[in-house]
Design a protein around this ligand. Sequence first.
Ligand code: HSE
Length: 427
Amino acid sequence: MEPLKLGLIGLGTVATGVASVLHKNQQTIVRRIRQTPIIERVYVRSLERENPYNLNLTTNIDEIINHSDIDIVIELIGGIEPALSYIKTALTNGKSVITANKELIAKYGTELLALAEENGVFLRFEAAVAGGIPILKSLREGLAANEIDTVMGIINGTTNYILTEMSSKGSDFALCLKEAQAHGYAEADPTFDIEGIDAAHKLTILASTAFGIPLQFDAVYTEGITQISAEDITIARTEGFAIKHLGIAKKSEQGVELRVHPTLVPLTHPFAQVHGVLNGIFIQGNAVGEQFMSGRGAGSEATASAVIADLIEIAHNQTAQYSAPALGFDSHQLMEAPIIQSSQFESRYYINCQCSAKTDLKALSERLAEMASETLRSAFKIKIYDENHSVIILTAKTIEENVEKLMNNAMLNEGVVNTKSIRIEMF
Ligand code: HSE
């Protein structure tokens, strides 16, 4: 059989991983698809660069997206433009495309999938979510019999690395971020990681694949981790929780919640055991029950593993009568669902009222208990942390408005210098 000719756009960490894995696992891959995948050409901006696999480099993008030699285009440059134009041209020219570009799929996925369908080719993006964890394929195929009502995940390795280091070594936030950048985990613009934007891109894709709804990045409520202190992590641990940055998608009769924020999770839940740059994903299906997957969410060969799985799927699809659509549903089967506004999200909360050193914490906690019983009107726990000069309130399920009211009232008390809240997720 003819070789399967690949055109790569970009030669960074993931592209190098693709070359490496194709090389070291070639025999198995060929056995699976009965074709030999060959990296025919790689588009780079400059030829003056390292080329450890001695690949055929070009600075002319047309030699990839407009050339009859290339069967499948693999886009690994990230960002919106020029990646969007390159992918559109490749699809229009009848080439299937694989990308790891979460921002692009979260924002333009619907349009690009329609373009792929029109041209009878495939667009796949397993590597865009949770690196090497095959979560999209699991949702659209392995779990296809289920109504999925919850998908949540630690889906950003950089923030998980930072929170893990802060928790285990008490390290400073800025230092941990620098280390994550040095390891190559962080995005080109690390605010995408620490402000939750990267996780929101991934959650958009996860939710559409799980629920069969259109991709809608703008509907995701997003908070980052910059407000989390080592002190919060220590107090949470004393209360039996770890602090993790979660992407959460829930579906109910009322609609769909799409949110990304720091979350207290019980120390006994598998999320609490997902350390460092690892990712973890929890799924609840109405036939299968609860599932948990964890693994490397970033890195060269782990992400390449997902890219090459897409390659193998496309190679199979090209000879199949039917293939599962990228989101598990054809575009005309995607159904709109009402998006629940963040003011209506119900959650338990951790509230930290930070005080000046001389505050009478006992008297304050009594006043706060009174306020909390008025505002929350249901069970909550209140506790003094003398050495942190803090009074901690753990609430029952409530809406954000009640928490804000309580925090504003708490600020009116002498000695209270700051209040902050973090949501709690119970399982
Ligand atoms: N910056 C991303 C992360 C890379 O830290 O998870 C993988 O998508």
